[in-house]
Write a protein that binds this ligand. Sequence first.
Ligand SMILES: [Zn+2]
Length: 247
Amino acid sequence: MTTAPAQDQRRLLDVQALDTRLAQLAHRRRTLPVHAELEALEARRAQVDDQLVAARTIASDVARELAKAESDVEQVRQRAVRDRQHLESGHGSAKDLQGLQHELESLGRRQAELEDVQLAIMERAEQAAAAQQALETEQADLAVQAERLVARRDAELAEIDSEVAAVTAQREQAVAGLDAGLVALYERIREQQSGLGAAALRGRRCEGCRLELNPTDLERIRTAPADEVVRCEECRRILVRVPESAS
Ligand SMILES: [Zn+2]
């Protein structure tokens, strides 16, 4: 049989209330909505980062294609310039000059085709640049949002932490000088009973498991010495008799 001064048993309820408060604060700390918001934001950021890598690859591929198309057009254009100069100089046989004339016509058609190709690539280059730009803008926006969210999260955590520190200090005061055996028993039960080691007997009800005690147990508890540490028959928690307990 464990015994502890009745006064200590009642003060144990104050310790329990503070421990419950600390458990609530720890739960709130873990489950702040800002955690989920940050997680979703970080997922979107990772997605945008990947999309941007892909968009930059496309843009640089199209830029290379465009440079090639420009050089193709330029080659044909220079060839035509040389042919035209040759033609204008009037050197060569009539057959040569006729051949040059044909080549110039075919170069003209070729240049027009290549310029169409070039135009199509330029359109794609514009689209690629616009896509890249949009992703860069989104990336920058998300970075700003993330910074704000982190600041908000840190502020919310700091607020909870300062409350935890205050409650912890109160708890240290509340537990100081209490019967050591009683506190050890309380800690052991609290670990097994999801944080609740001691409960008041209010009326006929154990406030730990919320069950009503049967008349036999109630009578035994009622007649037990005040310094006997009694336990709930249902949940085995320390049952503290308070003025509102049934007698
Ligand atoms: Zn109980």
